[in-house]
Design a protein around this ligand. Structure first.
Ligand code: AQP
Length: 345
């Protein structure tokens, strides 16, 4: 007997994504995720979260956490996420995230989590001493997405493996509880030129908030001067900019800078190489720094304006949390029934 093809999920098409309020956001977060958040609003119902439950896996200062969450909300709005059209909220304000994560902890398998490369990268040689939360991080991520039955998830390339795990958890839940298509299998939206932005110092390491050196990344709040200094000091080699894509092979740092130029100006890599091919980095780097400043400076100015009014940000976040709960609570009630939890008759 062969298995019949599973019937397709028929619920609404919905986007969910989030960012951690750890250090300030950087160019990788912007090009890999935030810029997509803004564009997707024209096509989908979008829910964008600030994932503070995820942030506590690495122990941020409790005195700073709430403000860092507000700052991420400010970055969303400043970049163009419209709090009326989309839902912007803080994860810990919707308690069902934690509840669904527990249910999923009982669905996901240890072996699945042991394969997650992000845990290996973040825990390094101290896996034994890492928090259980850091290990179970991708399970909470699956709960974030599926609590809204989201069908599409815009993320950078680094999150591909976690998204595959979310799909596995959704499929196993549907199968174990004999609830075909209860959860959709969420599709990652990864493609695009900013999907993998690398460190300015090492072309094989991703640009990251937690890198101890600030010179490895462009922060969304860096001013034109800081951007120019960082780009000037970015690792390159002694050859000129190549004239074609083939010439980027084996030159990871150069490929990264050309990719950043293309993503930030919304041009193609070929186009950038046609303009700069054969020229030295003394010409290319200042032009790149100028393009970055032109893109980021207006957003940074708007972030500063929004951050100066925490009351207004809180109003946005309360409104967003109410909207998020209105979607999440009925879905969690359904999950409780599917799992068979007691409810007063
Ligand atoms: N270098 C990157 N290139 C493209 N996309 C990236 N993202 C992160 N770094 C890059 C995307 O940004 C979104 C939010 O990420 P996050 O805040 O949840 O945490 P992260 O992925 O762990 O980001 P960082 O900067 O590397 O933080 P730390 O250093 O704290 O771990 C995600 O969609 C991610 O793909």
């Amino acid at each position: 007997m062969t298995d019949a093809a599973p019937p397709q999920y028929k619920g609404p098409q919905r986007v969910f994504s989030g960012m951690q309020p750890t250090n300030g956001l950087h160019l990788g977060n912007y090009l890999g995720a935030l810029q997509k958040f803004v564009r997707l609003q024209d096509q989908y119902e979008c829910i964008y979260c600030i994932v503070d439950l995820h942030a506590i896996t690495t122990g941020p200062d409790p005195k700073e956490l709430a403000n860092r969450s507000r700052e991420v909300a400010a970055a969303y709005v400043a970049a163009g996420v419209d709090p009326k059209r989309s839902t912007i909220f803080i994860q810990s304000a919707v308690r069902e995230h934690s509840e669904l994560a527990w249910v999923f902890n009982c669905v996901a398998r240890m072996g699945w989590l042991e394969r997650m490369t992000q845990f290996k990268d973040k825990a390094g040689s101290h896996a034994e001493r890492s928090s259980v939360g850091l290990f179970a991080y991708p399970v909470l991520q699956a709960a974030d997405i599926l609590l809204y039955k989201a069908t599409h998830v815009p993320v950078g390339e680094d999150q591909k493996q976690h998204l595959e795990l979310s799909r596995d958890i959704a499929a196993k839940f549907n199968k174990d509880y004999n609830a075909p298509n209860f959860f959709p299998l969420p599709e990652p939206l990864i493609q695009g030129p900013g999907a993998r932005i690398m460190s300015l110092r090492e072309g094989t390491k991703k640009m990251s908030k937690s890198d101890p050196s600030d010179m490895t990344r462009i922060n969304m709040t860096d001013d034109a001067d800081a951007i120019l200094q960082k780009i000037k000091k970015a690792t390159t080699d002694s050859l000129p900019v190549p004239e074609s894509k083939e010439g980027l092979a084996g030159r990871a740092e150069v490929e990264n800078l050309v990719g950043i130029f293309a993503a930030v100006t919304e041009r193609t890599v070929e186009d950038i190489l046609t303009e700069f091919g054969g020229k030295g980095f003394g010409v290319f780097k200042p032009a790149l720094a100028e393009a970055l400043a032109a893109k980021l400076s207006p957003i940074a100015a708007e972030m500063r304006r929004l951050n100066a009014d925490p009351g207004a940000l809180d109003a946005i976040l309360k409104y967003g949390a109410d909207k998020a709960r209105a979607v999440a609570q009925p879905i969690m009630a359904e999950v409780r029934d599917v799992v068979g939890f007691w409810r007063a008759g």
